[in-house]
Design a protein. Structure first.
Length: 101
């Protein structure tokens, strides 16, 4: 989360010891630890919720796309039907040898 090295921790500890004092330093460390856990828990829960929402949106988009494809399949003529219709229409043309009328 934070890129804090050993020497940064030493400097922060010395400054905290000088500012807060040795009597209140353990309580401050406990409070900072609780605060850090609460922030980490909030970040994890927020990330999980966002991932769930994104997954839900992706599934919703996929379902919508599938419905669109289904509608197109219902609208589009079948290849075999089209070939039969073309053959039938070509038989009806005047001058066609297959036309017996």
């Amino acid at each position: 989360m934070f890129d804090i090295g050993f020497w940064e921790l030493v400097i922060i500890s010395i400054v905290a010891l000088l500012v807060v004092g040795p009597e209140r330093l353990p309580g401050l460390i406990r409070d900072v630890g609780r605060w850090a856990r609460a922030v980490r828990r909030f970040v994890v829960q927020t990330r999980q919720e966002l991932e769930r929402e994104l997954q839900f949106d992706e599934e919703k988009d996929l379902l919508s796309s599938l419905r669109d494809v289904d509608e197109l399949m219902d609208i589009a003529p079948d290849r075999e039907q089209r070939e039969q219709r073309e053959k039938r229409d070509s038989n009806r043309l005047p001058g066609n040898d297959n036309n017996k009328s």
